[in-house]
Design a protein around this ligand. Structure first.
Ligand code: FES
Length: 142
């Protein structure tokens, strides 16, 4: 099989999605109630994806926070097609990279990842509210 010049240009420009599902088209909707485990299990200096929920939960020196993992470029769910750590959030669809706070480090994405409201019950069980965004400096209980 040979590829025509046009197809090679599309591939070279990054216009071809690396994954047939999970990018392009309509962005997935986040659930309004997402179980994110217990606050005792979220160590300072960590950020981890909640598997297949499109969100990440983390803790920095200021407290616990949550960030959307729906890529602001074309809607890939980075909890499925990405890599998440406190240092970076990578989208496997077209290569965007965000820092652990959701700020864009490398495009094609231009916009940061929204932060989401996190609440805890009396026993410390965390809920991320996927339908409620908040300021990037908001932490649990603030
Ligand atoms: S959807 Fe394109 S870089 Fe993430």
């Amino acid at each position: 099989m040979t590829l025509g010049r046009r197809k090679l240009l599309l591939i070279g420009s990054g216009a071809v999605c690396a994954h047939a599902l999970g990018c392009g088209g309509d962005s997935p909707q986040l659930s309004p109630v997402i179980d994110a485990g217990n606050e005792a299990d979220v160590a300072t200096g960590t950020l981890r994806a909640v598997p297949r929920k499109g969100v990440a939960i983390g803790r920095d020196a200021r407290g616990i926070y949550a960030v959307s993992l729906i890529c602001t470029h074309a809607g890939c769910d980075m909890s499925q097609d990405g890599a998440v750590s406190s240092g970076s959030i990578q989208c496997f669809c077209h290569g965007s990279v965000f820092d652990g706070q959701g700020n864009v480090l490398r495009g094609p994405a231009r916009d940061p990842l929204p932060h989401l409201v996190v609440t805890a019950d009396a026993s410390g069980e965390l809920t991320i509210h996927g339908d409620q965004t908040t300021a990037a400096d908001t932490r649990l209980g603030t």
